[in-house]
Design a protein around this ligand. Sequence first.
Ligand code: SAM
Length: 462
Amino acid sequence: MAITKNTNVEIHVVRLDDKIKHIKKDWGIFFTPQWVVNFMIDLIDEDTLDFTDLKILEPACGMCQFLHGIETNKNHIFIQASKKIGVEINKEVIDYVHVNNLDSNIEIVYHDYLLWETADYFDIIIGNPPYGIPSLSKHYTIKIDNETKNIYKRIYETWYGKYNVYGAFIEKSVKLLKENGQLVFIVPATFMILDEFKKLRKFLASNGKTEIIYMGPDVFKPDADVTTVVLKFTKSLTEKNKMLLYDYDNGYLKLLYQNTGWMGDIILFSTEFSEKVNEICSFRIGDIYTIRISPRTPEIKHNPEVLQSKDYIMDKNFLPILNGRNLKIGKVIYEPLTGYWIQITKKTKLRKFFNKPHIVVGLGFRGDKQVGAAYDYKSYPWMGDVYHLLREHTLVTRGFDLMDEDVVSFLNSEIIKRYVKDIFRDITYHFNITQLKLLPLPTRAETEKIYNEFKHFNKIGD
Ligand SMILES: C[S@@+](CC[C@H](N)C(=O)[O-])C[C@H]1O[C@@H](n2cnc3c(N)ncnc32)[C@H](O)[C@@H]1O
C-alpha cells in the first residue's frame, strides 16, 4: 500500500483500513494472493489478442490487483490497451483506491457490475468476483436487498435455485467478451457439480471453450474456507463444447481430462482407482433408489401434528423425530435428541415413506469427508439434512441382488470413502442428491471382485 507523506492523508488511510475491515465481510472482499494474480495473468493467451483495439476489464475490482498485475507483468498489453476499466460497487473502496493513487492509468466505474451497462466489448476480463448467496440474512456474506435480487433473477438467464453471485458475474462477463475474448476468474469450484449451476454449465458449454484449473482449498485461507478453481473461458463459436480440466502444479498445468463434446454436464475428477471402481460396478445409487430429503425444520415447527414436550418420553403412542445427530455411521440412535415428537399413527402425514424400513444417509460428515449411511429398521420420522433411499422395483433394478443392509455396508466402506474423495475432491463438504445418485453400487459378485482387487480396503465392520 502506498502511504503518502502528508500526515492528514496517512490518518485518513488508517481510518479507511479500519473501515475496510468492517465492510470486508459485507461485500465479500478477500484479497487474491499475489502469486495467484501472477499465475492468472500468465494464462492470458497473447497470440489471439487484437492489439489494434484492446480493452481490459476487471469486474469487482477492489484495489485493482489484476489491472496492476497486468501493468507490472505484461506492460506491453497494458500500454497498448485503449481501455482499462475496473468496476467497483463500494464507494469507500473506490475512495481508498483514489487516496492511495491506485487508479492512475485506470478508469474506475462506481457501479454494481451486475447492473452496469456498457457499449464496450472486451478482449480480456480478469479478476476475483465476490462469492456468496445474495440476501439480507445474517447467514449470507453478500448483503443484497430483495428488489435487487429480483432484478438479478430477471436479467440473468443462468440464475437457478440458491444461486451464488459469482455465477452471475461469469454470465455477465461472457456476454461482455468479444469473439475470441478471454475470461480469467478465480471462483469457487462448486459450479462444477452443484445443481444450482446447471444452467451456467450449459451456458459456458454453448458459448466457447471452458478450461478449469483446480487450485484446492488453501488459496484464501485463513480469510475464507473455499475450494477454488481458475476458470479460463474463451468465447468462440468454433471451440464451443470444449472442456479441459487441469491440476495446478507449481505454476504449471497438468491436464487431467478433456472433452470435446461437453454439453454442460457436471464435471468430476477421476483417478485410476475411481475408473476401476466404475468399471466393476454395474449400477449407481440413482438406478436402484429414489432419493428423498427429510422435512426441513420450519416445516416440522409449523406442522400442527408435531409436538414439543418431554412428557411424551413415556408415551408409547409417540415417536421422537430424528435428525442428523441420530445418524451414526452404520447405526441409527433411536433417542429423543431434537425435542420434536409425533404420534406413531401420524408419522406418515409428514412423509409417506416413513412407513417402512429403508436406508438413511447423512450429510455433513465434515473433515474426513464420507457418506454416512445406516438402516432405519424401525421406520422413524426424520427431519433436517438426512436423505432417504427408497428402493425401486423396475426392470433396471432386477439384476441388482444386494440387500439394503449390504448397500449400507458398501456405502460406509473405505472404497466409497476413497471414491468420493477422488471424484469430488474438496469441492463441497456436503452431498446433494445429484452427487449421491452418482455413487457406484456393485452386485454381490462384483462386491467380491472389488474387495479382491483392493484387498487393503477393509469392509466396514470387519
Ligand atoms: C472478492 S473481492 C475481490 C477484489 C479484487 N478483485 C481482489 O482480488 O483483490 C470483491 C470486490 O468486489 C466488490 N463487489 C462486490 N459486489 C460487487 C458488485 N455487485 N459489483 C461491483 N463490485 C462488487 C467488493 O466491494 C470488493 O471490493
